[in-house]
Design a protein around this ligand. Structure first.
Ligand SMILES: CC(C)(COP(=O)(O)OP(=O)(O)OC[C@H]1O[C@@H](n2cnc3c(N)ncnc32)[C@H](O)[C@@H]1OP(=O)(O)O)[C@@H](O)C(=O)NCCC(=O)NCCS
Length: 204
């Protein structure tokens, strides 16, 4: 398995990346910001993507987005093809995109929003902390990305204060020593409280 900083030779994988992201969101039944091949190609052309390849076969991807005049960057769109899951590949891709973010944008805060326990665990291990949305970028372009998520009405209703996703932040100026083990039970409970609060209201 090769884990590489994506370049022009990987543009041909943009479609399969988008298809795999969309298909996985459908299977999980969760919301996700939709990405077009053009959007992915732009990140690849800027040297802001990491791709995993098994020979010629697409295995995984993640990209960097830059917000608020480089004050913030997000590591987004993490995807591992179903054939390559549960082998530690996401962890390697995450580490690689994190290292690339630190190298290219050393002063930027790195953040993400996610509903996935796997992603939360990996973020914890890299030194991210869970934070309220107010500590994330206020760049409207970032939040616009949520418009294509099926839970966008929740984000609007709460005036962007909270949603089903949890915000996580790595602050390079404040690398706190922390317990690297995520409390799985608490996370599942928080998730179910959020779902019953927000999704019930949605139906009524
Ligand atoms: C989430 C995803 C990227 C994980 O990829 P993967 O290569 O199977 O993950 P890894 O094998 O590197 O596992 C990383 C850690 O997450 C855990 N993990 C993996 N899948 C998990 C799941 N579905 N639920 C809970 N934990 C999970 C692993 O146990 C591992 O933790 P450990 O180091 O404590 O053992 C992959 O399942 C995927 O692409 N899913 C669809 C897209 C998605 O959900 N993206 C995140 C959007 S927020």
């Amino acid at each position: 398995m090769d884990i590489l900083i994506a370049d022009a030779s990987h543009i041909k994988y943009a479609q399969v990346i988008c298809d795999t992201l969309a298909e996985s969101a459908k299977v999980r039944g969760t919301g996700i910001a939709k990405r077009t091949p053009e959007y992915i190609i732009k990140r690849i052309q800027n040297g802001n993507g990491v791709i995993a390849l098994d020979g010629d076969r697409f295995a995984g991807f993640c990209y960097i987005e830059v917000w608020g005049h480089q004050k913030y960057v997000a590591n987004s769109g993490l995807i591992v093809h179903p054939d390559y899951r549960k082998q530690g590949l996401a962890k390697k891709i995450k580490k690689s995109i994190f290292d690339l973010s630190r190298k290219k944008f050393p002063d930027a805060k790195i953040f993400g929003i996610t509903t996935g326990l796997a992603v939360m665990k990996m973020n914890y291990e890299l030194g991210y902390q869970p934070v309220t949305f107010s500590e994330l970028t206020d760049d409207p372009e970032f939040w616009k990305g949520c418009q294509t998520c099926k839970n966008f009405d929740i984000l609007t209703r709460t005036e962007r204060k909270m949603c089903l996703c949890t915000g996580m932040l790595y602050d390079p100026s404040d690398p706190k020593k922390q317990d690297k083990n995520i409390d799985r039970k608490s996370f599942e409970r928080l998730k179910s409280i959020k779902e019953s609060l927000f999704l019930k209201k949605k139906k009524s």
